[in-house]
Design a protein. Sequence first.
Length: 143
Amino acid sequence: MIKIICVGKLKEKYLFDACQEYLKRITKYTKIEIIELKDSNILEEKDNILKHINKDYIITLDIEGNSIDSPTLAKKIDNILISNPNITFIIGGSYGLHQDIKNLSNYSLSFSKLTFPHQLFRVMLLEQIYRSFKIMNNETYHK
């Protein structure tokens, strides 16, 4: 199962629709859950994130994280799911992630040194998760 913890809610209908489309596609391969948390200060966000973290493999999305390509992400997800049935991705809020959350992370992932709006980034993450499952299953997918 994949869980995505996001600080902030989707406000734009077109981004909500894009997320729904990728969620539908991903459910062909695995269960997926999105947990939306309220924007607040970084300490409150930390506490709210901690309430939803279990013994899952935790991947934090962080500009300072590791930059990898899509095939490498697919291989990483595939390898994690062999030994741990649950992966939790964490997208922080405007202030980033509290250091305590970063310390709990098993892997820190960066999509780019660029800064993206959190709503758009959620779509990007879902697309990459979907792409990973397509790659893992040797299915064609446009580039």
